[in-house]
Write a protein of this length. Structure first.
Length: 308
C-alpha cells in the first residue's frame, strides 16, 4: 500500500496494482441524470445497451451509445436489482409486489417467486444467476420501510434473508439467515465463492458495512463465512467481479476496487453516493455506475463478468 495515495484523473491509487487495471487517460463521464435513486444496471452485449432502474420513480431506463437514454418501462413496480438469466432474459427484483420476476421475449412477465412458505418477501433487492440456472437474491426491508421505494408495511418474515430459487423445481430456500440488511451479491469467476454485502449501517450507525464471502458447496449451500472487506466511507450496495476476481463495489465516495485477497487497491471517485455498477460495452471493459441521481461511465483496463 502506498504511503501517499496518488490521484490519476478520477482514480485514487492506493496499491500499485491498481495502476495496471485502470486507464489513466480516461475520466468519468456523466451519461444521464433525472433520477431519485438509480439502481440495477445490467448490460446487454448482444444489443449493445444498458438497462437500469430508478426505484422511487418506478422506471426502467435504457441507454445506448449515440442514442442516449429513454424510459423503457413505467411503472416498473419499483424495480431494484436486475440481471440476465442463461437465456438472456431480464430478471428483476420488484419492491412493490415484493417478488422476483422474469421478462419474457413476448413482453409478458413471469413471477418466479413472491413468498417463502406462504409469507411475503420483504422487498427483493439484488439478484444473480448461477451457471446452473439457479437464482440467488437478497431480501432486506428497504422497500417496506417507507413509501419512497415501495409501500410501507410490516415484515411477514420477521428477518432479512438471502434466498435461492432452484432452476428445475422453482423451490425457494434460505441460504443465509444472519444478515441485518443483505444487499448486493456476486459469484467469483469459478462460482466457488459467493460474496454478499451487508449495508445495515444505512439505518443503524453501529450496523454492518462490509462484504462477506461464503464457500459454495454442492451448488446450493453456503459455508465458511468470513468478512472479505469493510467499506468506508458509507456501505457496500451493488458490486461486480471482473475476470481476475477483483471486486468493484459501490461506496459513499465512489467505486472501490479490492483484490481477490481483500486488499483495497484503489478508488474511482464519483461526485455522489454510488448505488451499483456493472461492466459493459462491446469489450466489457467499461464500468457503468449508478449514483443516486445520475448514470456515469468510465473505461478501465479490466474485463467484467456478465451473464449470459
Amino acid at each position: 500500500m502506498l504511503e501517499n495515495p496518488e490521484m490519476v484523473g478520477n482514480a485514487e491509487i492506493i496499491d500499485e496494482r491498481f495502476r495496471e487495471i485502470i486507464v489513466g487517460t480516461c475520466l468519468v463521464e456523466r451519461l444521464h441524470g433525472d433520477m431519485l435513486w438509480g439502481e440495477g444496471p445490467v448490460y446487454f452485449v448482444d444489443g449493445n445497451f444498458l438497462l437500469w432502474t430508478d426505484i422511487p420513480n418506478s422506471r426502467i431506463w435504457q441507454w445506448a451509445e449515440g442514442l442516449g437514454a429513454r424510459v423503457l418501462h413505467q411503472p416498473s413496480n419499483y424495480s431494484n436489482g436486475q440481471t440476465r438469466d442463461r437465456e438472456g432474459r431480464l430478471i428483476c427484483c420488484e419492491h412493490l409486489p415484493r417478488r422476483v420476476t422474469r421478462h419474457e421475449p413476448d413482453g409478458s412477465i413471469t413471477v418466479l417467486a413472491d413468498n417463502y412458505e406462504g409469507k411475503k418477501f420483504n422487498s427483493p433487492n439484488d439478484v444473480v444467476v448461477k451457471s446452473d440456472g439457479s437464482i440467488w437474491f437478497t431480501d432486506p426491508t428497504y422497500g417496506i420501510m417507507s413509501d419512497f421505494e415501495g409501500c410501507k408495511a410490516e415484515s411477514e418474515l420477521g428477518a432479512c434473508y438471502v434466498f435461492r430459487i432452484d432452476a428445475k423445481t422453482g423451490k425457494v430456500d434460505i441460504v443465509a439467515d444472519d444478515f441485518e440488511k443483505p444487499n448486493g451479491l456476486a459469484f467469483s469467476v469459478d462460482e466457488s465463492v459467493l460474496y454478499i454485502a451487508d449495508s445495515a449501517v444505512t439505518h443503524n450507525p453501529k450496523g454492518a458495512h462490509h462484504i462477506r464471502a461464503f464457500d459454495v458447496v454442492d451448488n446450493k449451500t453456503l459455508k465458511g463465512e468470513r468478512v472479505f472487506a469493510e467499506i468506508n466511507p458509507g456501505a457496500p450496495d451493488g458490486f461486480r467481479v471482473d475476470t481476475d476476481d477483483n471486486i468493484w463495489t459501490s461506496a459513499e465516495d465512489g467505486v472501490h476496487c479490492f483484490s481477490p485477497d481483500g486488499k483495497l487497491l484503489g478508488k474511482i471517485h464519483i461526485p455522489e453516493l454510488v448505488t451499483n455498477l456493472t461492466f459493459g460495452g462491446p469489450k466489457m471493459n467499461r464500468l457503468f455506475i449508478t449514483g443516486v441521481t445520475s448514470l456515469y461511465a468510465i473505461y478501465v483496463a479490466q474485463v467484467g463478468t456478465q451473464t449470459p
